[in-house]
Ligand binder design. Structure first.
Ligand SMILES: Cc1ncc(COP(=O)(O)O)c(C=O)c1O
Length: 444
């Protein structure tokens, strides 16, 4: 315990967290009692108790009466919020269930395999370990498509892969990270596993609320945050997008109150969002990394996202990946390049975006007739207020419709509001039935 550098609860928790990370403490190792450590470290018992609470919250330690406090086994089981989303849908995947619980795009609206493979000619270069990770031609296209002139460009295996790698590169145990509340559950799971202190900032109809963001940064909870992960367009779960003026306001808050915070934009809906892409990077180009996923527009199975923006975090991810897969298959990169240069595919993606807009608008308008207000502007998702989310999920499952409960998306567990998230990728027909079923379930 001599390695407890900073003698605050956070400092003690961070020191023990890094000893676990480095393998100096392992599963089953017993920690001193609160009193023993307090005495040895010259701090109060409540400081040590608070450190234990933080470590317990992150699943690093457990306390059993007889055994005292010990280091827990590394978590490998699927226990996070993410796994609670589909798990609540009975008979998930059964054909009798219309599954609106997962954010998958409509397979009928994606480019065909033929259009993907059409550009793969025999002269496509077979590449080697030592080539650059990104194809030169794709690099040019991605730079041109980026929302602001990027210092660096890479491609990774989808938006979640990019988030995972950026979090690993930027976040250390005990660091504060700002996210929207609500947000996409896997982001919260990744942050929890990294040992981050997650600071949720509420959103309104236009996305993250600048005054609440400023409040979080001023109170010190988010102040000193190493990272903010934001979805500026087609926010999941709400479907809301930031207006240009909102982007400007949020950028000013970061510029004034959090000059050292990296900002990662998760543009997961990618080309399904029409018009110019909003980005804080227009204001803070040296601090923003913009992830653009092609999953929803061109196909989740391509597993590819572009990552453009600030050089330092992108270099950290690229360098670290050299110890692992090193690059995203250049065959897949060729396919993406073919798709991005094909005007027919462009038309198809626009058509898909228009269809999703129609579905969202139809369901929102139908719900409005039942007195249920839903505010969403792009993508696949609707965030519907309900009286009791568990009862609504169950009522809809009994009606043959799978939806996601709101709880896993919420950062603030004490938030008493109740919502369900409806994702309209699979809602090809029967919108009236869907609306009626949701309206009935909303009051269950
Ligand atoms: C906010 C958010 N980020 C990331 C993803 C996953 O993107 P990808 O398929 O590129 O990993 C999703 C999928 O729905 C999402 O909603």
């Amino acid at each position: 315990m001599s390695r407890c550098g900073a003698l605050t609860a956070d400092g003690i928790a961070t020191s023990i967290g890094s000893m676990v990370r480095q393998g100096d403490l392992g599963h089953g190792d017993r920690l001193p009692t609160v009193r023993q450590l307090a005495r040895r470290a010259g701090v109060s018992s409540s400081t040590v108790a608070e450190a234990w609470r933080i470590l317990g919250h992150h699943g690093l330690i457990e306390t059993a009466r007889r055994n005292g406090t010990t280091i827990r086994a590394a978590r490998t089981e699927m226990t996070g919020r993410f796994w609670r989303v589909p798990a609540t849908v009975p008979a998930h995947g059964s054909p009798s269930i219309l599954d609106l619980s997962t954010g998958t795009p409509d397979t009928e609206l994606l480019p065909t395999i033929a259009s993907m493979l059409g550009g793969l000619h025999a002269d496509v270069a077979i590449t080697s370990y030592i080539d650059r990770p990104v194809l030169e031609e794709l690099d040019v296209v991605l730079r041109a498509r980026a929302p602001f002139p990027p210092e660096a460009v890479t491609v990774l295996d989808g938006s979640l892969d990019a988030l995972d790698r950026l979090i690993s590169a930027l976040v250390r145990f005990g660091d504060a990270v700002v996210v929207e509340d609500p947000t996409f559950p896997p982001i919260l799971d990744m942050l929890e596993r990294a040992g981050a202190v997650v600071v949720g900032v509420p959103i309104d109809d236009e996305g993250v609320d600048p005054s609440r963001l400023a409040g979080a940064l001023r109170t010190g909870r988010g102040g000193g945050a190493v990272l903010a992960i934001l979805q500026l367009a087609a926010h999941n779960p709400t479907g809301r997008s930031m207006s240009r003026s909102r982007v400007d306001a949020v950028a000013s808050v970061f510029a004034e109150l959090a000059p050292d915070t990296w900002i990662v934009e998760d543009h997961h809906a990618g080309d399904l969002v029409a018009g110019p892409v909003a980005s804080i990077g227009v204001h803070l180009p040296h601090r923003v990394v913009h992830i653009h996923s092609f999953s929803k527009s061109h196909g989740p199975d391509l597993r590819i996202a572009s990552v453009t923006g600030a050089a330092e975090p992108i270099a950290a991810v690229v360098d670290r990946r050299r110890l692992g897969p090193s690059w995203t298959s250049r065959l897949i990169q060729h396919i993406l390049l073919t798709l991005l240069e094909d005007p027919d595919v462009d038309g198809l993606v626009r058509h898909a975006a228009a269809i999703y807009d129609t579905r969202r608008r139809a369901v929102s308008a139908g719900l409005a007739e039942h007195g249920i207000t839903v505010c969403s502007s792009a993508g696949l998702n609707l965030w519907v207020p309900v009286a009791n989310e568990q009862r609504s999920v169950l009522a809809l499952a009994l009606a043959g419709i799978g939806v996601a409960p709101g709880a896993p998306f919420r950062v603030d567990a004490s938030d008493p509001s109740n919502h369900i998230r409806i994702s309209l990728g699979n809602a090809r027909t029967d919108l009236d039935r869907i609306v009626d079923a949701i309206a009935t379930a909303a009051t269950a």
